[in-house]
Design a binder for this molecule. Structure first.
Ligand code: 5AD
Ligand code: SF4
Length: 408
């Protein structure tokens, strides 16, 4: 029986794709190992959203040459977004790579590995079920059609398409019946989901009607697709997490227009306010140092953050990605970008600290992901002295906040 070591880089979409590929490998008689040394196959699922992410994946692949040389018959599978962008060039540069399968071709993973003859001495075993986790990731769309000026995702993942709700609902049902408490719906613009008129809000409502479901999350929504129907669904369905990770990218209308984000600062502020009024905590992604970002534009981002009081924000320095429109613009001086990033990170640190402090003395429903760590519906980590079974759901009084964790 072949043992597979999995290395996933990047977002939760990649985590979900990795799970899917592992199931395919399990169906071929493979088992997963946590130890690289005992593996026969390494599956590297990669990200290319920023140059740094791609470098990480490639240097990992480079290091695997030594691993492969140590034992006859070892194989390396390189998949995902960096694999899509670089294609067969990877094999030229790293001849120790056996299979390159890009993100657009994930649905064909099964036939790709069959053709590659990885399993000549296959000893077929019954399919091993995935580890029981209280959280199940479910893809509801693939690709992205937004074409934000800086972003490579539409080029490596292709145009957006929504998956059939029948299949999504049966996947959710299976996950809940095998013990999942929380479902996370995934898509690059998850709230753009629409299957022949069956909207994202309708899907949320249908999933919430499963008795066994405790909590429903979704990643990542786009501000453009936040509408009245969605806000009403949040109000009506308390099982939907009281948290949204809503990438804003910038607080300047001028930069947002250049990025082709399809919303203004004012529209964004109104949507953030509406979400807050329903009791939703908000976290975000922000790009600093987008070409053409002036001091004034940056200030707009800063003041928007002060107003929005994000509970967390991932702040990224602009990274030019070849083939995207923004890669053709002149980059800003890196010293200026570093300085802006520093200022923004300080601002976020403060608003995050405030958000954690606001939770003190509240009662929260905690879903335990480890025996002493769980998450609240509004997405704060809680640590306890007492131990609970993984998957336990416990109402706890928050006593203290410490950095980015609540103590109960
Ligand atoms: N440079 C910097 N950050 C980027 N992101 C996407 N493309 C780029 C880029 N070229 C960020 C966005 C997105 C997150 C996943 O990555 O903030 O929301
Ligand atoms: Fe990239 Fe924009 Fe699509 Fe998000 S919405 S994946 S940033 S193109």
């Amino acid at each position: 029986m072949k043992k597979v070591y999995l290395q996933t880089f990047g977002c939760q979409m990649n985590e979900a794709d990795s799970e899917e590929m592992m199931l395919t490998l399990a169906a071929k008689g493979c088992t997963q190992t946590q130890k690289l040394e005992e593996a026969d196959i390494v599956l590297v699922n990669t990200c290319t959203i920023r140059e740094h992410a791609e470098h990480k994946a490639i240097s990992y692949l480079g290091r695997l040459a030594k691993w492969k040389a140590k034992k006859e018959g070892r194989k390396i599978i390189f998949t995902g977004c960096a694999a899509q962008r670089l294609g067969q060039k990877i094999k030229k540069k790293f001849p120790h790579t056996d299979i390159v399968n890009g993100a657009k071709n994930i649905d064909n993973f099964s036939s790709v590995i069959e053709k590659a003859d990885l399993f000549e001495d296959q000893n077929t075993q019954p399919l091993s079920a995935p580890a029981n986790s209280p959280i199940a990731l479910v893809n509801i769309m693939r690709g992205c059609s937004c074409k934000c000026s800086y972003c490579i995702v539409p080029y490596v993942r292709g145009e957006a398409y929504s998956l059939d709700p029948k299949n999504i609902l049966s996947q959710v049902k299976v996950a809940l019946e095998s013990g999942a408490k929380e479902i996370v719906l995934l898509g690059q613009t998850v709230n753009a989901y629409n299957y022949k008129g069956f909207s994202f809000s309708k899907l949320l409502r249908e999933i919430c009607s499963f008795d066994k479901l405790l909590r429903l999350r979704y990643l990542s929504p786009h501000p453009m697709f936040i509408n009245e129907e969605f806000l009403q669904t949040l109000k009506d369905c308390p099982k939907i997490a009281r948290h949204i990770h809503l990438p804003i990218q910038s607080g300047s209308t001028r930069i947002l227009a250049d990025m082709k984000r399809n919303y203004t600062r004012e529209e964004l502020l109104a949507k953030l306010k509406a979400l807050r009024e329903i009791g939703i905590e908000i976290s975000t992604d922000i790009i600093v140092g987008y070409p053409k970002e002036t001091e004034e534009d940056f200030k707009d981002t800063l003041t928007l953050c002060q107003e929005a009081q994000f509970s967390a924000a991932y702040c990224f320095k602009f990274s030019p990605r070849k083939g995207t429109p923004a890669a053709l613009f002149k980059e800003l001086d890196q010293k200026i970008v570093e300085k802006r990033l520093d200022i923004l990170l300080n601002e976020i640190k403060q608003s995050s600290k405030d958000a954690y402090a606001r939770q003190i003395a509240t009662k929260q429903q905690v879903l335990f992901e480890t025996p002493t760590n769980g998450r609240t519906s509004n997405n704060f980590w809680v640590r306890t002295k007492e131990k609970y079974p993984v998957g336990a759901v416990v109402d706890l009084q928050i006593k203290e906040s410490k950095d980015t964790i609540l103590l109960a």
